[in-house]
Design a protein around this ligand. Sequence first.
Ligand code: BTN
Length: 127
Amino acid sequence: SHFCVLTGLWRNDVGSRMQIDRVNEDGSFSGKYHTAVSLTENSIKPATLIGSQQLSEGGQPTFGFTVNWKSFSESTTVFTGQCYVGENGKEILQTMWLLREKVDPQNNWGATRVGTNIFTRTKGQNV
Ligand code: BTN
């Protein structure tokens, strides 16, 4: 099946772990994100994520979510992406993110990073 629901445990290419608890009937979801990397010197703690995915027939849906890092950082990240199911039946999340760092107004020009992450499902422990 090409149908892809985001519920479950995921790991990305930098080793971050993500747990999506459930996807509601309207496509909204919540979960936890345990990043493997940080801009800060603070000790990393799991953060809450809130998102929304398309629930169209045919699967391979697009989605977006926000991570509020307030458990250890004043930054915010938004991710957007699409879930693909490969020939091997394995799901993969192709994403891009924007990470906003808290800065004074004169440093606004350089306060947003952009990047990509690829997530695959893991059977590991909860975030
Ligand atoms: C911070 O450093 O202030 C908060 C953590 C940011 C982690 C970023 S979000 C985009 C990228 N993908 C990850 O899995 N972690 C980093």
